[in-house]
Write a protein that binds this ligand. Structure first.
Ligand SMILES: *Cc1c(COP(=O)(O)O)cnc(C)c1O
Length: 406
């Protein structure tokens, strides 16, 4: 049934309309005047203006928002991850630990940087399995890339302690974690480098875009040059002048710069982050509390150090579910107007590691596989109303009952 047909049926039956979980929030009006100005002047390239380009302003504002020294705006989070590994000067073939529950673009960025992704098991709580992490670290690793997948934060205290003890750099993939706190610290500021996404399904939306943050001047300078600050364009990045002299003409230029129009779309959303995070978390917790009343469903609890910033909901089908029952649950939820995807049961899912056939080796990861076969994903944008949330809760509970009985 199409969404329109479903909405009509619900309206005719007097039931609540199906919430539209797909549309993004409108871009703040403040972006329009700036875009108009840029279109009128044709000033779209970040390095044309001698100073004050929208991309440069965004970098300053983002660095201040995160409380870090350096921020580099780029074309995507994948580009930021790639540049992170390049800026760390990892040797060809370097082993980079990556959680096995992430988006295909993450191990792809590792491959792009001529490194070897080593997939680490992820538990039923959707966070890195620390026993497997420590074992793989002991087998040898050159860097660690932590994807806080769907905003689920892995145990950063344990990860940092293990990596610091061996002097291994940590990159945080915080693409989907803008606004998440860990013991009061902003996620993305705990590792050596943090990377964010402004792709449309993330908290801040410019269609495409990414950001790399760090406090390390050498890493920042190298990433700036490799992102495409050719010749002396690095002079337009403050606070790094001495470092840039070290790297002039020594590094390849990968041209992954951000467009001025993207920055114009992002800047007015920075002040909205806090409110979006608060609404997203309230929505999530409201739905999670209700779903956790069912013996067949479980929303993984945050770790004690973690204050989440979710804009989607993940829950596990717990107890005895066959694959067929899980598929029937997906279908029943859809009939109730709620689109639920079991990660491992939807064909060609980019978050199921067995579909990453571009990897040289396909490891056996039974714990991650078991999680993916019963972990459900549903969109839950911050703008939903209480009524929308209740339709989603009732739909999921009704679908559970349809398959498992009352
Ligand atoms: C979206 C996402 C990415 C990729 O971000 P892009 O900006 O689209 O490259 C990487 N990691 C995670 C966890 C994501 O959610």
């Amino acid at each position: 049934m199409t969404r329109d047909a479903l909405a009509e049926r619900k309206a005719a039956s007097g039931l609540s309309p199906v919430p539209n979980v797909y549309d993004a929030e409108p871009i703040p009006d403040a972006a329009r005047a700036e875009i108009e100005r840029l279109l009128a002047s044709g000033d779209l390239f970040r390095y044309t203006a001698p100073e004050g380009a929208p991309v440069a302003k965004l970098e300053a504002e983002f660095a201040e928002h995160m409380g870090v020294r350096y921020a580099l705006a780029v074309s995507s989070c994948s580009a930021a991850l790639f540049l992170s590994m390049k800026a760390l000067d990892l040797p060809r073939g370097a082993r980079v630990l990556v959680p096995a529950f992430t988006f295909a673009a993450v191990p792809s960025a590792v491959v792009h940087a001529d490194c070897t992704p080593v997939l680490v098991e992820v538990g039923a709580n959707m966070r890195i399995d620390m026993d497997d992490f420590r074992a793989k670290l002991a087998e040898g690793a050159d860097a660690v890339l932590i994807s806080h997948m769907r905003g689920h934060t892995s145990d950063m205290d344990a990860i940092m302690a293990a990596c610091d003890a061996r002097g291994i750099p940590v990159i945080e993939d915080a693409a989907h974690s803008l606004g998440t706190l860990w013991s009061g610290r902003k996620i993305g500021t705990i590792g050596k480098i943090g990377c964010f996404s402004f792709q449309s399904y993330k908290l801040v939306n410019s269609g495409e875009g990414g950001m790399l943050i760090t406090d390390d001047p050498e890493i920042a300078a190298r990433a700036v040059i490799m992102s495409g600050a050719y010749e002396h364009n690095w002079k337009k990045h403050p606070g790094l002048q001495n470092s840039f002299h070290l790297w002039q003409n020594k590094l390849p230029l990968y041209n992954m710069r951000m467009h001025n129009l993207s920055a114009a779309v992002i800047r007015p959303q920075i002040p909205l982050i806090e409110d979006r995070v608060a609404r997203g978390l309230a929505n999530h917790d409201h739905v999670a509390d209700r779903l956790n009343t069912s013996p067949w469903l479980e929303v993984p609890a945050p770790l004690p150090q973690e204050v989440r910033a979710p804009d989607s909901l993940q829950f596990n089908l717990t107890g005895d579910w066959t694959d067929d029952e899980a598929r029937a649950f997906q279908e029943a939820a859809s009939r109730h107007g709620v689109s639920v995807q079991v990660f491992g049961l939807s064909r060609d899912n980019a978050r199921a590691f067995w579909n990453w056939q571009f990897l040289d080796e396909m490891p056996d990861l039974p714990r991650t596989r078991a999680m993916l076969m019963r972990a459900c994903d549903t969109r839950l944008p911050a703008r939903l109303t209480q009524e929308d949330l209740d339709v989603i809760v009732s739909g999921i509970l009704a679908a559970t009952e349809a398959v498992k009985g009352a």
